[in-house]
Design a protein around this ligand. Structure first.
Ligand code: PGA
Length: 264
């Protein structure tokens, strides 16, 4: 697992955005896996800036979001479709018809889950998947105890996640307890994975992800099985790792090698 430890959240966003910009430069019709939550917002701002300065175009890009609340329609301000429009899609040249978010208002959500998997396959699979991480180690809405081979399905949110996300909902506003989420098996099939984490409240989940056993108790630990995963985290999120200096040393050596090969 590649672990890149940077000073702060701003550096994490920049580093993460650069990975996506390079990916799109190499493959203009890349299929991106995207995430919601507070952490990716700064990365999306970097992507918008890069688009506005002519550094990148999303014209041929398509995207699949990880998850959506079940029971919210796409125009609901707390829906993840609305979030993605606001935070990214409305500000870049992506064709909205090529952006996919699980349908929270599907009449038959079970069929919708199967169709989401099919749609990903029809696009040739996800080239690069962006992830945040919950304090409980969830990725997407794959809460602890999720099957490590799971596919897109309906998941009940844990109390911890409902409480963490309550800040986005008004006191009298309906907050869903169910979601549609890509499975851990779906995520593991993407060709590359970039997980971002910032802040001390993520330190335990990051330690369990990188150094803990492979366990459904920390769904993100399943990433240990992935061939190409990079964790981009700040000092605070890295603070419980057993050997921060080792990860920093590995990254410095990696960078030196890439520079020598002209691939930095
Ligand atoms: P956050 O959420 O970025 O708002 O902390 C991450 C997640 O729950 O995946």
């Amino acid at each position: 697992m590649k672990v890149v430890i940077l000073k702060d959240a701003a550096a994490v966003a920049k580093y993460g955005a650069n990975i996506f910009i390079k990916q799109i430069s190499r493959k203009p019709d890349s299929v991106l896996g995207l995430a919601t939550g507070s952490t990716p917002v700064a990365l999306y701002k970097e992507l918008i800036d890069a688009y506005k300065s002519g550094q990148v175009s999303f014209k041929k890009v398509s995207s699949f979001n990880l998850d959506e609340y079940l029971g919210l329609n796409p125009t609901h301000p707390q829906s993840y479709r609305y979030f993605m429009n606001q935070q990214l899609f409305d500000h870049i040249d992506i064709d909205k018809a090529s952006t996919f978010v699980p349908p929270g208002d599907a009449e038959d959500p079970f069929t919708a889950c199967a169709l989401y998997e099919t749609a990903i396959k029809q696009k040739g699979g996800i080239d690069i998947q962006l992830l945040g991480i919950g304090r409980n180690g969830h990725i997407g809405f794959n809460e602890p105890s999720s099957s490590l081979m799971s596919r897109t399905r309906i998941k009940t949110l844990t109390r911890a996640t409902i409480d963490d996300n309550a800040r986005f909902f008004g006191p009298d506003e309906y907050q869903p307890h169910l979601s549609i989420t890509m499975g851990i098996g779906t995520i593991l099939e993407s060709k590359k994975v970039v997980l971002l984490a910032t802040g001390e409240n993520k330190a335990e989940a990051i330690k369990a992800t990188v150094e803990g056993p492979l366990t459904a108790a920390c769904p993100a630990s399943a990433l240990q099985l992935h061939e190409q995963v990079v964790l981009v985290i700040d000092e605070a999120a890295a603070s419980l790792l057993s050997d921060v200096e080792l990860y920093k040393h590995i990254e410095i050596e990696n960078q030196k090698l890439l520079e020598r090969l002209g691939r930095a």
